[in-house]
Design a binder for this molecule. Sequence first.
Ligand code: SF4
Length: 291
Amino acid sequence: MSEREAATDEREELRRLTSAVGAWLEVARASGAVGVPRSAARRSAASGEPTAAPAVPSARAEVAAPAAALPQRAAAKPVTRVSPPPVSAAPGAAPPALSDRGQGLQALEGEVAACSGCGLASTRTQTVFARGSGSAGLCFVGEGPGADEDATGSPFVGAAGQLLDRMITGMGLDRDEVYVCNIVKCRPPGNRKPEPAEIAACRGFLERQLALVQPAVIVALGATAVHGLLGTGESITRIRGNWKLYQGRIAVMPTFHPAYLLRTPSAKRAVWDDLQAVLRQLGRPVPERKA
Ligand code: SF4
């Protein structure tokens, strides 16, 4: 065969292959087998989830992406006994636009301020709604306001709040980047734990708050926060450091409350382990220093 004949044969083979691939693509498009985003395909491969659900475009899927990458990183270098949560592939409602979110939170704060849904309304100085922006995708949820918070109207401003701030900055985050709120919005008298009925009465506010903030990760500070978010009666000592899911879709890291750390400084190491896991879940760098 001459060189010219060989070149003609190669062009003909190329044309035939191109035609065959084109025909296959037509069939694949018609059946929906193409058009799946690569990130969704990677998530599916990592989690075993069917590809159809992640293919639905939603901002929730964007938030979940760092979580999907975590199992590979955690498997390469396990640091704590923390296991990453399974990533829900179910498409959630699209998060509200930032302006709507701000307006929604403002309106909700007004509702909370007027609330008399449980007995704590009669003993509070004022309601304590939240602080911070949540722009880091991270939300800390505590138990309820104490005396300092009741006096100022802002959560976590006393000694425990100052320790929480040091924990946040130790994570390499700005205080205002994270969203901080409580299970109940009014101070229980004498700083006692909120009663189950009070937690139940206030739960709707917390659920609406979190639906507006749409954090990628929630850190539950202490037993009351864990119970209020997850409804579990497991002790905080047993459950801390183990990933859970809030409403089946938002990763929750239970850990000790800063007030407990003030009384038990030896527990700080465990909390720092938990916060390191949170940073990995968020896809953020993990500083070397201890909180
Ligand atoms: Fe209302 Fe919650 Fe305050 Fe009870 S704790 S009065 S439910 S805002």
